[in-house]
Structures are given as structure tokens and as C-alpha cells.
Design a protein around this ligand. Structure first.
Ligand SMILES: Cc1ncc(C[n+]2csc(CCOP(=O)(O)OP(=O)(O)O)c2C)c(N)n1
Ligand code: SF4
Length: 288
């Protein structure tokens, strides 16, 4: 944690990978970067094979810049589009079997707590709507019922994007997709309310229109999970391919959805609220 922890011992700089050296000297290792300065510092993820203009990829870029403690964070992902970028980042990544992410994260977080009792290790799951709310539903719920202390971020593109366009429980009612030509027959699942009922201590919903607010939400979710219990972010991250959104219209689409059903929403327990009030008074740790 902190610069001392990641600083390279004198004389070793020339033997370390260039990317690591740059992350210490010009990136987020050991310091908090400002997401509004994206492109002006060395980033944790720089290249990935996600589709050009994909808003999920943009959200993931902000996610890495927002991490409060990237040197001690482990990201869990699974099959689905997000892992294409998550697996390219300079943060340890565990590929959970599809549907199992939250069980893997539960075990990992517990093991890290035993193995490193004096250190903070943040565990974050990032997976699609199919992975978390359809096929992984049971694992997701049970990690919340059991009050496991890690953050779950659902990158909701309202479709199974990586396998070519099957409908998910998060697809809006009535929508027609390549592999769901009859149209979705039931409503989009209310993941936010499920998270609250199941025991999450911090829950947020957003469309990626405001990088500063996304970063603040991610930090808050991670800090609340560190101290209190499970946290959940439901992020709308459109799929240009399956929803035929032209690349130059993704922001416009996100703004439209923000007005419709993805208005920024944040909920937390009283205990978590008091904690944020206290630390925000003392420092800028969760403010951007
Ligand atoms: C156990 C298992 N079942 C099914 C699959 C096939 N599979 C891979 S990705 C995927 C859908 C991904 O959809 P989602 O989780 O919504 O993520 P997206 O690709 O849309 O980001 C499926 C069904 C798999 N890899 N493993
Ligand atoms: S298929 Fe959709 S969600 Fe997946 S990388 Fe392409 S645009 Fe993004």
C-alpha cells in the first residue's frame, strides 16, 4: 500500500518491466489519479480486444483509474465481454467459471483475510448481466446473504453479448435480439432492489455519463465492502453490436437511458453513511 510499498529498490529499476516502472512513476501505483485526466497518466489497462467504441470498455477504463488501492486489488471476472479487457490489466485477475464469480470471490476474500491479517486486500467482481443475474444468480445471492465483504459490479449490456445476442433477464421487456426474435416476454429484473433485500450495505445504479461520479461510486463501493459487507453497482454499459448503436452515439444513448430508467441512484446503510461522512470530513479519500 502506498508509494513505499510499490517503490522499486535502488538499482533494480532497469531490471523491472517498463510498464511497472511507468505505473510507479507516472501511474496509479502509490497515488490516487484523477479520472478526469484519463490519457495523461499511465493506465492499468491500455490495450484490449473489445469492440471499438464499446461503452463497457470505457467503463472498465474508468474502473481501473478509480481503484483506491490497485496494488492490493484482485479482480474476478468470467466468460463474457468484460474479461477481454480485465485480463489485460496490470491488476491480478482471476477467471471464475461462468456463474461462479461470487463463490470464487467469497473464498478468495476469506483466504486473503486469513493470510494477510494486517493488510487490506480488495476483491472486486466484474461480470455481465448473464453471468451475475441469470446463470450466476444463486452464487451472487448467496454471497450477499452471507455478507461477504467484496464488491460486485454488474456491467449490464442487456444481452449475452459475447455469445452473439441471446436475451438475458436484464434485457428490457419487448426487446428483439438476434437470438430472441420473438421479443422478451417479461420485465427487466430489478437487481438493485434484490441487492438491498439480500444484504448489500451499499448499492448504486448508474449510466456512464459522468466519469467523476462513476469513480466516486466505485471507490465508495470498495471502501464500504472493506469495512462493512457486500456492495453492488449496477452499471448500464451498452452493447453497440447487439443493439446496433453507432459508435459515435453511445454517449447519447447512455444519456437517454439515464433519463429513462438509469438515473443515478445510491443507497447505503446508516452505518456506511456515517463512515463516509466521517472520512470525507477527514480526507479526500473517497472524493474525486
Ligand atoms: C458454464 C458456462 N455456460 C455457458 C457459457 C457460454 N457463455 C460464454 S459468455 C456467455 C454469455 C455472456 O453474457 P453476459 O454474462 O451477459 O456478458 P456479456 O458478454 O454480455 O458482457 C455465455 C452463455 C460458458 N462459457 N460457461
Ligand atoms: S459485443 Fe457488445 S459488449 Fe461485447 S465488446 Fe462488443 S460492443 Fe462491447
Amino acid at each position: 500500500m502506498g508509494l513505499e510499498y510499490v517503490r522499486i529498490s535502488p538499482g533494480f529499476e532497469r531490471y523491472m518491466p517498463k510498464d511497472y516502472v511507468d505505473l510507479v512513476n507516472y501511474g496509479p501505483f502509490g497515488r490516487q489519479v484523477d479520472v478526469q485526466q484519463l490519457g495523461q497518466f499511465k493506465e492499468l489497462v491500455e490495450e484490449h480486444p473489445m469492440c471499438a467504441g464499446c461503452f463497457m470498455a470505457y467503463f472498465i477504463r474508468i474502473f481501473y483509474a478509480a481503484l483506491p488501492n490497485p496494488e492490493d486489488t484482485i479482480v474476478i471476472g468470467t466468460a463474457g465481454c468484460a474479461r477481454l479487457a480485465l485480463s489485460q490489466a496490470a491488476v491480478p485477475f482471476v477467471y471464475g467459471n461462468y456463474g461462479d464469480t461470487n463463490a470464487v470471490a467469497s473464498g478468495l476474500k476469506r483466504a486473503l483475510t486469513i493470510r494477510f491479517p494486517d493488510k487490506v486486500k480488495d476483491v472486486v467482481v466484474i461480470a455481465g448481466d448473464g453471468g451475475l443475474i441469470d446463470i450466476g444468480f444463486g452464487m451472487t445471492m448467496h454471497s450477499w446473504f452471507r455478507r461477504e465483504k467484496f464488491t460486485t459490479i454488474m456491467v449490464d449490456n442487456e444481452v449475452y453479448g459475447n455469445t452473439g445476442g441471446q436475451e438475458s433477464g436484464m434485457s428490457p421487456k419487448g426487446v428483439q435480439l438476434k437470438m430472441a426474435p420473438k421479443g422478451k416476454q417479461f420485465d427487466k429484473i430489478n437487481a438493485v432492489e434484490l441487492a438491498k433485500v439480500a444484504g448489500c450495505v451499499y448499492v448504486a445504479k448508474l449510466a456512464p455519463t459522468n466519469p467523476k461520479r462513476i469513480a466516486r461510486t466505485i471507490r465508495r463501493a470498495i471502501l464500504a465492502a472493506r469495512h462493512f459487507g457486500p456492495t453492488f453497482i449496477h452499471a448500464y454499459t451498452s452493447c453497440n453490436i447487439e443493439y446496433s448503436i453507432p459508435t459515435d452515439k453511445v454517449l447519447e444513448d447512455a444519456r437517454k437511458r439515464e433519463k429513462q430508467d438509469f438515473a443515478f441512484y445510491e443507497w447505503m446503510t446508516d452505518e456506511v453513511r456515517e463512515y463516509f461522512e466521517e472520512i470525507e470530513k477527514q480526507s479526500q479519500e473517497v472524493k474525486v
